[in-house]
Design a protein around this ligand. Structure first.
Ligand code: ZN
Ligand code: ZN
Length: 254
């Protein structure tokens, strides 16, 4: 019962490995029915931004063409989707919507990594404006979910990398995220990337609340290497953990 993975990167983001086809072959070998490529979104860069962890805008066309060619080549073995994992940059949301339209993208995953722009200071995993961490993360997340652009919210507990504590404010914040996930039918992603690197997410307390609230939950591989797709044990353990909690777990977008 493996079904789909909707969080897959490519080497265009400069921190993932292997060819696009290697990911497809790994997914087929692992037994996936559906694979969505959702590489880190390109943005028209502002201020001091760089494309150090994402493809450049000029690579977008080749990215989509490559995945669409694989979709056709392997259509009898696996269903392939092409999309992006994108931040919520409010002033550039229309830019993202244009990409969706221009390339007829299948899926946008919310990767709320940065506030306003991609920089070390504004990274939610090590947020410099500590006092406003919850406020800014929550505000961006809510606006993103309500924009209707994003179907899955990747690693919604990423902010715990900055402040790895669960207190009453954190619990209030988790509930506020769940309120809007339910309102907008956004799927919360239990992220295996964090698990793989023994990061501060996925956080058990966070996920117990998300489960209690009845949010839709999916496990995402966040593959940055074809081998990550082949590690089906990690996927099964995560699903078993969520199933024990009685989660509203989904394994396919179909
Ligand atoms: Zn990445
Ligand atoms: Zn991410």
């Amino acid at each position: 019962m493996i079904n789909g993975n909707y969080h897959t990167h490519t080497r265009r983001c400069k921190h993932a490995y292997g060819s696009d086809e290697d990911y497809v072959l790994a997914a087929i070998e692992a037994g996936y029915d559906e694979l969505a490529f959702t590489d880190h979104a390109p943005w028209h860069l502002i201020e001091d931004e760089t494309d150090r962890i994402r493809m450049h805008m000029r690579e977008m066309k080749e990215y989509v063409a490559s995945i669409r060619a694989l979709k056709e080549k392997y259509k009898d073995q696996i269903k392939i989707l092409v999309g992006l994992e994108a931040e919520f940059f409010e002033s550039r949301l229309s830019e993202l919507k244009s990409l969706v339209q221009e390339y007829d993208l299948d899926l946008i995953v919310l990767g709320n990594h940065f506030h306003i722009k991609d920089s070390n200071e504004t990274y939610y995993g090590n947020y410099k404006d500590y006092r406003n961490l919850y406020h800014d993360y929550l505000t961006d997340s809510i606006k993103a979910m309500r924009s209707g652009v994003y179907k899955i919210f990747a690693h919604p507990d990423l902010f715990l990398k900055t402040a790895n504590v669960i207190n009453s404010a954190t619990i209030e914040m988790i509930h506020a995220l769940c309120d809007v996930a339910i309102e907008t039918d956004t799927i919360m992603e239990y992220n295996l990337g964090g698990k793989r690197y023994r990061d501060h997410y996925p956080n058990d307390t966070f996920w117990k609340i998300v489960v209690e609230r009845g949010c839709k939950i999916i496990v995402g591989v966040d593959a940055h290497d074809p081998r990550h797709l082949k590690d089906t044990k990690m996927m099964q353990e995560a699903r078993a953990f969520l199933t024990r909690l009685n989660a509203n777990l989904i394994t396919s977008l179909d």
